[in-house]
Design a protein around this ligand. Sequence first.
Ligand SMILES: [Fe+2]
Ligand SMILES: [Fe+2]
Length: 277
Amino acid sequence: MSKSKKTYRVGVISDLHVGSLFALMSPEVKKGRKGRERQTVMANHIQRFLYGRWCEMCKHMNKDGPLDVLINLGDNVDGVNYHGRGFGTWTTVIKEQVDEARNLIGMIEFKRIIGVNGSKYHVDNNMTADEAVVSHFTPAPKSMVEYEPEFGTEVVATIGGVRFHLSHKVGATSTIHRATKINKEAMMAELNKEKYGKFDVLLRAHAHYYRDVGTPFNRGFICPCWKIRDDFSQSGSLAWDPDIGYIIFTIKDGSYDWEAKIFRLTPDLIFDEVIVK
Ligand SMILES: [Fe+2]
Ligand SMILES: [Fe+2]
């Protein structure tokens, strides 16, 4: 592990799912093309809560100046909501979702962004909405096919001597064994270190709950999200209980520490309760 004297601050966000009625959105968003189509969409109760927490996160991330790196683990937009056939979204226009995701991420100050592509049924993969979001903050590529190494389906990045493997998907489970899949990733990384090189940190998302698993060799994280239970999860199980939040890594001298912030959710955000008196 190479040593570096500089301290690096690295923020990690994922699964914004902009476009969903159950996910992050600014208090007011202009949608529709210019002219007669133009309208203003107002955030709902859930979205106002999420936006408040997002502002808290931005304040935390920006407090010591721009982050050295912002890691974006995908599912920035909800897309056309394949599973819900468009149900539960305030817009299914991908350009409007991408613009709003860019606005929200633009509230974070960072020097560099590294991103991976999310789930195909949300962001597509030819072209991907996640790349449209992340590339907005990177120098323009020389051509459409000349991808920068900072974005991909998986990205390997060494920051201040700490080697990360980034990918969106880790198997989500409705059982209580939520650490099993990320533990497996961590162990597979170690078992294959001759081929892959040694990874210090595995970052995943997709499952929408936070977990971190330390092994004697490395550590795996599942990043929290910015979307509460939507119709798809409501039709599933109470096991789909998302964690809202983010992670900040501090890296110095080739070693790292981290802070994971998970915001408390209350029943009024998750249910419209019927009360019979
Ligand atoms: Fe997601
Ligand atoms: Fe996903």
